[in-house]
Design a protein around this ligand. Sequence first.
Ligand code: GLU
Length: 292
Amino acid sequence: MAADTLFRTRFAPSPTGPLHLGHAYSAMLAHDLAVQNKGEFLLRIEDIDQSRARTQWEDWIFRDLKALGIEWPKPVLRQSGRLNAYRNAIQSLWDKRLIYPCTCNRRDILDAASAPQEGAAPIIGPDGVVYPGTCRNYQHDVFLVPPATTLRLDMRKAIAHLATTDFAFIEQGQGTKTTVDFSADKVIDKIGDIVIARTGLGTSYHLSVVLDDAFQKISHVVRGQDLFEATKIHVILQKLFNLPTPVYHHHKLIRDKTGKRLAKRHDAEAIRKYLDNGATAGDIRKQVGLRP
Ligand code: GLU
């Protein structure tokens, strides 16, 4: 098999806290699938938010994954080393006039989004409250170099540029394969003008993840069900940058005893705690429902 058609998965944690059982499940599943398909598993460190990323957490990630029996090629890709690639991609969107600077803060967005019908709940999409468009039509001719400003994608213009009204991606679970179709209208109404670059960061999760999955030639993106809707954003960005759309596997979320989804602050469910208490990789696999 040629190298660029290899079955390739990745685990892409942000080093902002201890990995928990949900991360263990995601990483082990992606690793299992790569091994089963004679492919490759990559680790990517998503450290674009340098105000929260810590090398201590990165060290924990390496240690925990090793203890779970996971191996990956080195050196790992760090998003903090990819700022030029993000910058070039942003410039290409600017040159096509598909992005615009936005000076709204959270409060401005909430107020404007609720304004048409006072008291009505704003629509929440996979990038947060659907942007009410306040800054969309201001004249702006000078490219404000990221990270000086927040830049948003003008979703209507982006869709017009793509000249298609139907989008799709393949969702492949264990033993299932479906095509998820979605329309341009829904993208405009329910997702809207997403942030491409955030002030201070010079990029956004959506932009970086799309560029990096393509750069690393990821064929199968294995990640939590909570990112299912965000994949629609990623498909639009892939089309805008002429990048392939990988196959997606959005897996179940691991929950705590009360049914709440685990988060980084759930130190109680940290992998490290289980390992320190004598759990083996096999015990953790069993606990999250993976075959030993
Ligand atoms: N850094 C992201 C997270 O930890 C990765 C999400 C993804 O797999 O696309 O949630």
